[in-house]
Design a protein around this ligand. Structure first.
Ligand SMILES: Cc1cc2nc3c(=O)[nH]c(=O)nc-3n(C[C@H](O)[C@H](O)[C@H](O)COP(=O)(O)O)c2cc1C
Length: 412
């Protein structure tokens, strides 16, 4: 499941009658669906199950939001309620009338208010809700309605559990909206509200041009925005990628310490690895091999985990390697990375080609249609393997018994 979900839709004038019932739910959800802590973990009610089926039938992308994934993982009353609420709220633009929509975004329970309501826009722009609601309701062009959603733990760790942080992000990225919606900056209007929902804090972002005929958004535009917001939000976590990483000095102290003597990214990654179900390791090609940083990282990570902790972080967890290069050396690098998995009892997940993509930068890589296809197939195959493993665990298929290793150095 992506860490950040960007969902883009646009306002339509007339609500289709078959969705009208949902409006009643939205209007009354607070009273009706409040999940008590005593019942939160019970299986969903029959009414919830019916509503979920109805939503999945009628709202084509409802199955792709964070809350649906949570519900599939743990089908409880609480998760059912979270999914229903969010799926409907994401589609309020279809269900509600435009004017109600702005009012709901600005005033709904859980909204963080910046004044008398929760709407914000460019720095210093004061917002009169009734005026904005009228503006949107009377707009004759397209009004785009976006939801940017994070997982609660990411939002808390990275500071995106407050309106102020989202405000700063969106205000600093106005040019992204102009470029991707193809709207001149002089005509761009945008409003947002932060909803501090318990499982998935999110912002609603409304975008349009004062020139009604202006603006269109492509799939590529959506992906560019998603990737830019994700990059800004998760930037702190990417920083370690750019730190130089030293190689293994064969001191063998990891056997005593339980981790590498150099307390850097490698040890931090190892801690996270215990919680992971599977892995994808990637590297660009440098001189027909993995980069120096990646080689040092993998050497120390796998060696210290094996010696220091009996390989618990990796044992029988599916893994895949992906490599990118301008031109050559991809298969060698792919082989190099796969060797870490096959020496430590990790099932290797494959695709329809060796997992490589070509290009000197991300823009060129996006043009490698076969590379993208290979990565999509790999993603699906990885997801399937993880589900199989989970099912196996649930029905009691134990991991194989581990034999004491034989270690001979060839000579004795
Ligand atoms: C030190 C160095 C060595 C490289 N060696 C190769 C190579 O052997 N084969 C190749 O196709 N590209 C080579 N490249 C190009 C990179 O593979 C290519 O730019 C990479 O895909 C870009 O990924 P990045 O932006 O994540 O670094 C090399 C680049 C650098 C900086």
């Amino acid at each position: 499941m992506p860490k950040l979900i960007l969902r883009c839709n646009y306002l339509k004038n007339a609500p289709p009658s078959h969705l009208e019932n949902f409006m009643t739910y939205i209007g009354t959800r607070d009273g009706v669906e409040k999940v008590e802590s005593t019942t939160a973990n019970l299986p969903p009610t029959a009414r919830q199950e019916d509503l979920i089926q109805d939503i999945l039938r009628k709202i084509h992308d409802a199955g792709r939001i964070h809350e649906y994934y949570d519900y599939l993982q743990r089908p409880t009353r609480e998760n059912a309620s979270e999914f229903i609420t969010q799926a409907l709220e994401n589609n309020l633009d279809i269900i509600a009338k435009k004017k109600n929509y702005m009012d709901y975004l600005a005033n709904r329970p859980g909204v963080e208010r910046t004044g008398t309501h929760g709407l914000f826009s460019n720095e210093g722009e004061s917002i009169v809700l009734s005026r904005v609601a009228d503006e949107v309701a009377n707009h004759t062009g397209v009004v785009w309605t976006n939801v940017i959603s994070l997982q609660r733990e990411d939002a808390e760790r990275l500071g995106y559990d407050s309106a102020a942080q989202w405000q700063a992000l969106l205000q600093s990225r106005v040019e992204l909206l102009c470029e991707n919606y193809k709207i001149d900056s002089r005509n761009l209007k945008w409003y947002a509200a932060f909803h501090n929902e318990s499982h998935h804090p999110h912002v609603h972002l409304v975008v349009y041009s004062t020139k009604p005929s202006e603006g269109y958004l492509t799939k590529k535009g959506i992906e560019t925005m998603r990737s830019a917001y994700a990059h800004d939000i998760f930037r702190q976590e990417f920083m370690s990628i750019y730190e130089p990483i030293g190689g293994c000095i064969a001191c063998l102290k990891c056997g005593e310490k339980g981790c590498c003597v150099f307390d850097d990214t490698v040890n931090r990654f190892r801690e996270k690895a215990y919680e992971a179900d599977g892995f994808v390791f990637g590297s660009p090609v440098h001189y027909a091999g993995a980069t120096g940083n990646m080689t040092a990282f993998m050497d120390r990570l796998f060696y210290s985990e094996l010696r220091g902790n009996g390989n618990k972080a990796f044992y029988m967890k599916p893994a895949a390697a992906v490599v990118s290069a301008r031109r050559a050396g991809t298969t060698v690098t792919f082989d190099q990375l796969n060797k870490y998995f096959t020496i430590q009892e990790m099932p290797v997940v494959s695709s329809r080609y060796w997992n490589m993509i070509h290009g000197a930068n991300a823009e060129q890589a996006r043009q490698d249609a076969e590379g993208l296809y290979t990565m999509r197939v790999l993603g699906r195959n990885m997801a399937y393997m993880l589900r199989c493993k989970e099912v196996a665990r649930k029905v009691g298929v134990e991991l194989p018994e581990q034999e004491t290793p034989v270690f001979t150095n060839f000579i004795r």
